[in-house]
Design a protein around this ligand. Structure first.
Ligand code: SDX
Length: 450
């Protein structure tokens, strides 16, 4: 076995920035000094860990738009500048020059892998690409039209039942094995769920194929029709995975951390992350964007009238793939994918009218004060579906592709919180606005509501 070098980056060394300043809270005639922490990129946070014990009050921040849940060293986003970096490396460089497997190692262990570490990790992914034969029957237990995200979440927990031995997040070699096992089997589960949904036999992985090409093989090879993954297509999907690999404390990653905070195991935490990602406001948006563009294309509805509906609060229509809680300028991933759309479609000799539709819709929206005032720009999901369509991924598998890409980020966050000695169980407070105390009423005394 190639020794995995223990390098400083392999163990998360997170130094909370020293407290340099304080914020003063004046409340009910008293002043309270709240510590201010400054991150390595100059972001500031007001520490409220003692707020309730000192003041009796809690903060209230529905949706946590202003609340930091954790100090993390994994991913940095500057939403105003449209910056995204994994462990300090710009997403543009990783998408252009990296691979998904090395990006996974970087996110999990903190440093780009050496040649020997990368080869070792690839070997581990190959070694663990099969799922237990007993699990194949599980797929037949789902209705044929079950959404693959439901299958993925269920099967991740099922595969977790076969993982004996403890997970050692603080030991690089041991956790590399665990991470490879989960990352590799998720790919096999995803391909199997697709095959079962179309009534075709599950295809075994081919050990000689690299990670993403092997997924394409397992999805599209058939006993009666050979399929050799096109390197261009595999490279396009590999880039999609890199772009989706992590994104700081988004809804699904926070879910993984929430479940991990109770000391639940890695498989249970990631299975919960899959469920959170499934929602159309989150990872499910990539499927919703294509459904939106297809509706516009097929119905002939004008973009202007659709955008007018989106702006009308009563119409309950959203421009899917637009807007972001953090990015208040372009999502850098959307820029990269938009640029890749032309390249990939040209390479494949495909003209997709939905791409033209998306570009025109973006143009109309970005000229409109409604979107400009609310700083709504295309996000990662606006163009990703165009590329996935072009490379033949079926629509109901789009969010599964997002999940496969996000697995390393979820594992990196699970590991970071699990080895953090300061980590505590997530248990937010609330502001109670229900009935004040009242006495029990006997059944015979209860009056029906008028
Ligand atoms: C992902 O968090 C992450 O990092 C997520 C992600 C990751 O990599 O993990 O980046 C992946 O989930 C990307 C987002 C995919 N979702 C969509 O594309 C769905 C459409 N977008 C939205 O629903 C919305 O923009 C969110 C969910 C992404 C963000 O929601 P917020 O931050 O809660 O914003 P909001 O709903 O409070 O909107 C603020 C205003 C509102 O208008 P007003 O009440 O001020 O008049 O902007 C409007 C909203 O109505 N608005 C939209 C809109 N998004 C926001 N109006 C129309 N279309 C939209 N898409």
């Amino acid at each position: 076995m190639i020794p995995v070098t223990q390098r400083p980056g392999n163990v998360i060394e997170k130094k909370g920035a020293p407290m340099k300043e304080t914020a003063t809270l004046s409340y009910r005639g008293r002043n309270f000094e709240l510590p201010v922490h400054v991150g390595t990129e100059g972001e500031t946070s007001i520490d409220v860990t003692k707020l309730r014990s000192d003041t009796g009050a809690i903060t209230l921040d529905p949706g946590y738009g202003n609340t930091g849940s954790v100090e993390s060293a994994i991913t940095f986003i500057d939403g105003e500048q449209g910056i995204l970096r994994y462990r300090g490396y710009p997403i543009e460089q990783l998408a252009d020059r990296g691979s998904f497997v090395e990006t996974a190692w970087l996110l999990i262990f903190g440093e780009l892998p050496t040649e020997s570490e990368l080869r070792h990790f690839e070997d581990l992914l190959t070694e663990h690409e099969m799922i237990h034969e007993n699990l194949r029957h599980h797929f037949n237990g789902f209705p044929s039209d079950a959404h693959p995200m439901a299958i993925l979440s269920a099967m991740i927990n099922a595969v977790g039942c076969f993982q004996k031995g403890i997970v050692e997040p603080d030991k690089t070699e041991s956790f590399a094995k665990t991470a490879a096992r989960l990352m590799s089997k998720v790919r096999t589960i995803a391909a199997a769920s697709y095959k079962v949904s179309i009534g075709r036999p599950i295809t075994y992985p081919r050990p000689e194929l690299p990670y993403t090409a092997n997924l394409l093989h397992m999805m599209f090879s058939r006993p009666n029709k050979s399929y050799e993954p096109d390197p261009e297509i595999a490279a396009a999907l590999d880039m999609i995975f890199i772009l989706h690999a992590d994104h700081e404390q988004n809804c699904s990653t926070s879910t993984v951390r929430m479940v991990a905070s109770s000391q639940a195991n890695l498989w249970a935490s990631v299975a919960a992350g899959v469920c959170a990602l499934w929602g159309p406001l989150h990872g499910g948006a990539n499927q919703a964007v294509i459904e939106m563009l297809t509706h516009l294309h097929d119905s002939g509805e004008s973009l202007e009238s659709f955008v007018a509906k989106v702006k009308d609060k009563n119409a309950a229509e959203r421009l899917m793939g637009f807007g972001h809680r953090v990015y208040k300028s372009f999502d850098p991933r959307a820029k990269i994918i938009k640029g890749a759309c032309d390249r990939v479609l040209k390479k494949l000799g495909i003209h997709d009218p939905l791409l033209d539709m998306a570009m025109r819709l973006e143009e109309v929206a970005l000229r409109d004060s409604y979107f400009i005032e609310r700083k709504l720009y295309p996000n990662v999901d606006f163009y990703s579906g165009i590329i996935m369509r072009a490379i033949g991924i079926p629509l109901e598998m789009f969010t599964v592709m997002f999940a496969i890409g996000r697995i390393p980020g979820w594992m990196a966050n699970w590991r970071e919180t699990t080895i953090d000695p300061k980590a505590r169980i997530y248990r937010p407070r609330q502001l109670y606005v229900g009935p004040t105390q009242r006495d029990y009423v006997e059944l015979s005394q209860r009056r029906g509501r008028a």
